[in-house]
Design a protein around this ligand. Sequence first.
Ligand SMILES: C[S@@+](CC[C@H](N)C(=O)[O-])C[C@H]1O[C@@H](n2cnc3c(N)ncnc32)[C@H](O)[C@@H]1O
Length: 719
Amino acid sequence: MGLASLTEWRAYLTAALTEAPGKSQSLISIQEHAAERESCHFCQLRAFSTHKDTPVSVVNALDRAVISPNFRFIDCMVLGEGVEPAEDSFRSGCSCERDGDCQFMGCHCLADLGDLESSSADEDEYQDDNYGANGHGKGKKKVYAYHSHGAKKGLLRSKMLDSKEPLYECHAGCSCSKDCPNRVVERGRTIPLQIFRTPDRGWGVHAQVAIKKGQFVDRYLGEIITSAEADRRRAASAISQRKDVYLFALDKFTNPESLDPRLKGPPLEVDGEFLSGPTRFINHSCDPNLRIFARVGDHADKHIHDLALFAIREIAAGEELTFDYVDGVTEDGAEMERGNGAHMTKCRDYIALFLIDCVFFVQMDTSPQSSSHFSSSPPSPVALTLRRHRRDEKRRLQEQYSLGRPFPSERLCGNGDCLLRCCCVYKTTGIHLPWYILIDRDESEDGVLVKDILTEFAYLVTTEVWPSIEKQSDVLLKARSMEAFVSSPPVRAAYLDFQTVCQKNDFDFSIESRLREALSSTMPQFRDLVTALDAAEQDSQRTEMLIHRHLQPQQQPGQTPSGRPQWTQESCIMRFLLTTELWRRHGEKHMRQRNWAWEEPWMVAELLSAVLLNYWLMDGEKCFAREPMRSSEQYDEAWQDWLDKYPLLEESGDERERRVTSPDLVPKPFGMIRGLDFEREIGYVGGVGTAARGPLWRDSSQRHEGDDEEEGDGGLPQH
Ligand SMILES: C[S@@+](CC[C@H](N)C(=O)[O-])C[C@H]1O[C@@H](n2cnc3c(N)ncnc32)[C@H](O)[C@@H]1O
């Protein structure tokens, strides 16, 4: 019967008693009855319109765990605050006269589909298809997603099963009948499902009947919320970033260039953690038997499209249902070939993450508190430890934000809706989580301590750019804050991004003078941009426009206006400089950023060019390792390491003195790092001109003190 808890038993008996013929409703108070129904999972499931023919049941033959009382079963999407369906005036439907006509040219619902390709073996049923014989057969057919008759009627075509194409269906606004072959998800679940207790992964789902390849199983339901609300829930969640497994972005039709503002992005998300249907209990597998598809009914509601699960192979009765939570999507939202190395790594990483997760939630679920409704016993030590762990995790994140880590919902460009990947550098979820992370090795290829190289670099650029600072403690402070900036996660991410764009466009900077040349020609433009950003400070629209224009590839001279904008070496460098500059400016009122006030645009340009060159040099000296980013927790760790390594300096004089004189914070005397004399052996201090070499770039309008020396090219080591 599927009554997995005392609550459900009680509610079921209550309902049975009151509904039994001849029994008086007054046996129990109506109010009590309503309250019981509210919290009873069985009552929620029994209220589904599909309950009679295809019930959902819950069984637990393993332990005393029950589904959390905070969870509620629903059978249709719930629209959260700020989420609206299309207005009636935008709705449309097809006016096909007969169900089968829907596969011909005139059907609005199929308007976004291509015409039928006759070569597909999967389409052979069309050969003897009687539909459309009424003269419509002369028109071209559209590719129906489903087989429309024969043994496979209602099953998704194999071609669709292998694709990530959305499914366009007829719907309530159409004139075809509910039997139209193009209404499979629309007609709802046809398989009874059972939620059962697995030995090692909490709850799972199976069907007690066999499921055919291509058969629709059910929709993933939940509360549809805005992206900002989803970020807020991620940050506030007791399960922290693992909240992601319950959130699905409705991004199938998201396109920053869309004319429909609702499709421009960021996409809405479905949160199934506390409100959902049985599919919310389906576990993840790298070799799944289900796959999730975007399904659209009324085209005006593309922004709130359905998530429909279909069987991708024959499934035996009782076999656990699974789908791949990663499903071959890369960080850029592009498709990754399923089963390839990158996909399998990401897929397994999910499982590794769950294994940690499982220790927590299996214990949480089985502990008496999860049904705290009825239990009056004190929390177990395990539950207390877990609660403390979660609380600590949450507190740690909050502390990170207060110490200068930006909120994941913030964007570099300041526009909370921006989808541009390099603007979403703080995001910790889904497609925006950085794919790799740049970690310092202990030593360079030649055995120099990497932390010394960073310290030395920061010290040298500081003394070059602010030669007039006399007090040694102030120089050290400035150098320390410079080092904090250079090592920060967003600057590392910007360098990785720079490398990726270079590689994708075959820009070869393996010879250092080439990088210097491109950097030199970018500098004047970048300096002007910094000046323009300063001037546009109060005008957020203008600022955003300036930023976006310089973060993306541009139309090249001589290109036709319709040609695709292209990257150049300069625009690629510009993107690094600008993203690092935006991070420097980010939240200027925060104490950390106040330490990064670099006064003049030429200083900003000099220093950031130095940062890029220094990364390039250190990279060539094998100072970094690239590690795949396995989870948002790993990103949290990277931020924590950085915040621990570079604590905010107190303003008070004493404290300040104490901190800067601690041995760790004092750079080694110039040129004395073991095994490396920067000046003599490398002759390089980033992009900043030394007394001997002169500045990296110059033009007549940007001369500044100490600019008299010759422009030097370096004689620097080549990679
Ligand atoms: C969407 S829920 C699935 C239902 C879940 N088993 C439950 O009891 O609520 C996702 C969570 O299930 C667990 N999970 C899903 N697939 C798993 C797998 N392959 N291995 C281990 N745990 C898994 C993880 O704890 C994950 O956070």
